[in-house]
Design a binder for this molecule. Sequence first.
Ligand code: NAD
Length: 352
Amino acid sequence: MREFVYSSQPSRVVFRAGALDDIDAEIDRLGAYRALVLCTPEQRVSAEDVSKRLGERSAGVYAKAVMHVPIETADEARAVAKQLGADCCVAVGGGSTIGLGKAIALTSELPILAVPTTFAGSEMTPIYGITAQGQKKTGRDSRVLPKTVIYDPLLTLTLPAKIAGPSGMNAIAHCVEALYAQDANPITSLMAEEGIRTLASSLPRVVSEPDQLDARSEALYGAWLAGACLGNVGMALHHKLCHTLGGSYNLPHAQTHTVILPHAVHYNREAAPKAMVRITLALEGADPAGGLYDLAKAIGAPLALRDLGMKESDLDAAALLATQNPYYNPRPLEGAAIRQLLQEAWEGNRPG
Ligand code: NAD
């Protein structure tokens, strides 16, 4: 018999090509007047365009967002927001920029309007991460959930294939682990299956036909579903492994997700049969682990940890780190099997 708890995250989503035109009205809706626009140095042009649209309501552009939100950047951005009298933040970018907005919101409670330009999904979650003294600490806090999210596929047209592909695989990973989450529920599972289906069918076109707005729009829709899954239920082995590898060995976030995902699915295949059926359905009949590996290969994404700069001699320590603290996973954490998983991922073998 069914038994579940479902709670959704309270955020407003506006999704359409050209939705950025609504930004003024959406800031009004938040009851805010002066927005600090956040971005990475690489996306300054997009952020300045947003700032220009806001006119007098822009407090300025802060273009120093970087991966994993170093505490020094967070502190500086918090001070700039205060000094410029900002009463909200507009985060234009991927998980790194939205992460910076979250760090500001954590201490100031300034509302965030997120304008995501990758498929990472951070905009839909109350999860934040801040790196201090080389250690990334993550937490959940309702204050950091963006109040409004503007999804405008036009902004993803500049995302190059080598970032778009892994970013989409990162989103698929949220959906996959939502299907076998400890607190999985029927609504999140519907979203997760649809997210995998939409991303798996659109990503090859995003990469092969980069100017196709329709494919970008589908991938962004999948990313929204994936972000909502990540925000609503807990994750398991795959996310834990990626967090360990990213944090301890400085591996790139989305690429690490891409490499690990097929192997984590293979590890869990017998312990999560219902999830595997849904992944197979979403992949049009493909074997879950093998199908995800083939998808990553088809979109030219990395397949091996060794190609991301991981040393084989670090695999023993990584396996220990990833199993040190107990956490939920459908299949119990078995040291030797996790070590073997990492070996397969390091070599880039097709699982099974
Ligand atoms: P990112 O934000 O680091 O962006 C990668 C690069 O792509 C950057 O140089 C960025 O400027 C560029 N870029 C982004 N959009 C672009 C576009 N449309 N056109 C051209 N260039 C563009 O990458 P990401 O994968 O989105 O985010 C990774 C970070 O987000 C990690 O730190 C991860 O931990 C975090 N994250 C957090 C959550 C959460 O819920 N808290 C969820 C997912 C990811």
